[in-house]
Ligand binder design. Structure first.
Ligand code: ATP
Ligand code: MG
Length: 482
């Protein structure tokens, strides 16, 4: 049975763990008149203060174990859970990939494939779904390596050997691991599939590139029966880095590109997830359309769309809870006496809640210049200038938080400004992200999070209102040396 480590980015939802509310026993009521006369100049405030814990408890009871609350919870889960969902919008890619694998398996041949696509376009999810199909599970030995999780490039062979359950002597060197792998591929074995996900991590210069070449050459070992699949964001990775492969016809990888999700596809994915979880009526179609229109216009990243959707639901739930605590007190008292719940409105996400979350995440295009205005803090300005510097003058456009931080420290030092450590820097990046200027694509380790500029240069110039600083930092090209 192949061991496939799923890399999908699941997030634990702490709110799912809310404790069950204690059973509320109706308490003896204080007379409101008495409270009023006792100790308050404002009868209204005295009344609500004395009942406040009582009312809050009741409101919690109303929210925590009701069908409405369960609905919010299921809807959040529907968007958070990564397993067992269909992948609408990826039918064509699913089909093409399955056929590619089927064809090689039926001929007991070999091949290599390079899948590219922006973050959140379903590359990993599609491939993992395919290899979890029984026909592939039974016919293939599968090794899945997420390259962000390997500490040094040299350890990749060891990881592949472990994934394929190859026996290694303790303390095996990189060379021993490679030899074991080559030996396995040239002796009798099952058809084998090796997947290198997030392969961008292995792509730089020198040794890393050599290892990458070598891995892509493995299928050519006689009788290797090896299918090698590399997944990364860059469109032209194989052209840029694996030119050697391109020149050898038999090693030229098949290239497949996953496009950003369109508005219609995002709508379909949301509908599908809600339908499968039985909560179709919580998120009205207009709200889904609005969310999908914005995300598809900016990036087409479904991971981002799902996380925004989750935040919208959390906000709607919060609003609902607030409403519950504002129940008319006289009605509440009657209801407590008869131990009944008040009639509740069907919970629904409101358009304004979608707008609120979208504005927090992306900033509001019309008010961007007001949002950031003159008060844009120095450290954030420097971060954005540093990002521009790397984008404009560094060869490697795959910018991680770690790389940005390294250059940022030098930019600060050059100006006698105290720089900050990586964790503070990460918070700074998140702050800048809330303006919608950059987008962070999360990886396992924060320093590998990818940073992408979301605005064009002109927008950045007009928002920062500090042409001088931008020009100065852009002149610091010498700070880019590693
Ligand atoms: N068509 C789809 N329908 C439903 N959910 C999807 C679909 N495509 C992707 N997802 C979900 O979106 C999330 C991101 O997808 P995935 O991890 O496959 O993106 P990716 O292209 O591999 O991104 P990255 O380049 O950052 O690794 C996952 O939780 C996945 O389950
Ligand atoms: Mg992926």
């Amino acid at each position: 049975m192949p061991r496939v480590t799923r890399s999908c980015k699941t997030k634990t939802d702490t709110k799912e763990n809310l404790a069950e509310p204690k059973k509320l026993t109706p308490k003896k009521r204080k007379s409101p008149e008495k409270s009023n006369s006792e100790n308050s100049s404002s009868p209204k405030s005295a009344c609500s203060n004395s009942l406040s814990p009582f009312r809050d408890q009741f409101a919690s009871k109303l929210m925590l174990d009701t069908p409405e609350c369960n609905k919010f919870r299921s809807a959040r889960r529907a968007l958070a859970d990564n397993s067992d969902f269909n992948l609408p919008g990826r039918e064509k890619e699913f089909e093409e990939l399955s056929e590619y694998l089927n064809d090689i398996i039926s001929r007991e041949a070999y091949g290599s494939l390079y899948i590219s696509g922006a973050p959140g376009t379903g590359k990993t999810a599609t491939l993992l779904k395919i290899i979890s199909m029984e026909k592939f599970m039974t016919k293939l030995s599968i090794g899945y390596v997420n390259c962000t999780s390997i500490s040094t490039i040299g350890s990749i062979y060891k990881r592949i050997c472990n994934e394929l359950n190859l026996k290694l002597k303790s303390g095996s060197s990189e060379k021993d691991c490679l030899a074991a792998l080559e030996h396995y591929l040239s002796s009798k074995h099952k058809m084998t599939l090796i997947i290198l996900d997030e392969m961008d991590q292995l792509c730089s210069t020198g040794k890393k590139q050599d290892i990458l070449y070598h891995i892509f050459e493995l299928p050519a070992i006689p009788k290797s029966k090896l299918i090698l699949v590399g997944i990364a964001n860059a469109l032209d990775l194989t052209d840029r880095l694996l030119v050697r492969l391109q020149s050898k016809c038999e090693l030229k990888p098949k290239v497949m590109h996953f496009s950003a999700y369109t508005k219609a596809q995002i709508v379909e994915i949301f509908k599908n997830r809600f339908e499968e979880s039985g909560v179709s009526d919580l998120f009205p179609p207009a709200a889904i359309q609005l969310l999908a229109a914005k995300v598809s216009a900016v990036s087409g990243d479904i991971r981002r769309a799902l996380s925004i959707g989750k935040r919208v639901i959390e906000l709607a739930e919060l609003e609902k809870k607030k409403k519950c605590t504002k129940i008319d007190l006289s009605k509440l008292e009657t209801l407590i006496e008869v131990d009944e719940k008040p009639p509740v409105e069907e919970p629904k996400v409101q358009l304004k809640e979608v707008v609120t979350v979208l504005n927090t995440v992306y900033g509001n295009a019309q008010t961007l210049s007001y949002d950031v205005d003159d008060s844009f803090p120095l450290l954030q300005k420097l971060l954005i200038c540093t990002l521009l510097l790397i984008i404009k003058h560094d060869k490697n456009k795959n910018i991680t938080v770690g790389r940005l931080h390294d250059v940022y420290k030098k930019v600060c030092k050059n100006r006698n400004i105290n720089s900050i450590d990586l964790s503070e820097f990460l918070n700074l990046c998140l702050l800048v992200e809330t303006h919608g200027i950059v987008r962070l694509t999360k990886k396992k380790e924060p320093r590998f999070h990818q940073v992408q500029l979301q605005w064009d240069e002109d927008e950045v110039y007009s928002a920062l209102k500090d042409k001088q600083m931008i020009t100065n930092v852009l002149n610091d090209k010498h700070l880019l040396s590693r």
